[in-house]
Design a protein around this ligand. Sequence first.
Ligand code: ZN
Length: 132
Amino acid sequence: MREIPVKTREREEMVDITREVASAVAESGVKEGVCHLNCFHTTAAITVNENADPDVKADMLMALRSIVQEGWPYAHAEGNSPAHVKSSLVGASLAIPISGGRLALGTWQGIIFCEFDGPRLRRVAVTVVAAQ
Ligand code: ZN
């Protein structure tokens, strides 16, 4: 397992980590298999979505803010329950196929780290599993 550090700069932010994950896959030497990713945090998440137009990331954050509202009567004393809920809605892990030594992603797909309670220094685990 390798770890990718992700330094976020905003309270809510979507950070493209495709290049870092692709480097970890290349270093592994695995040609055919699966790249598993785990976000170690309960107020952040990871997803695959469009990385070409930055408006898509902004729209996803806007939509999540609309679904999970700040003003609800949350019980969690730390005050960051909206971030916890968004983390679970988006998800903590991903599995992406590896083909020909590369991540098998669609033309417009990128791997996006989703910060919901930043800025912080975050970590994503990359586990590369070779197909038999
Ligand atoms: Zn909390």
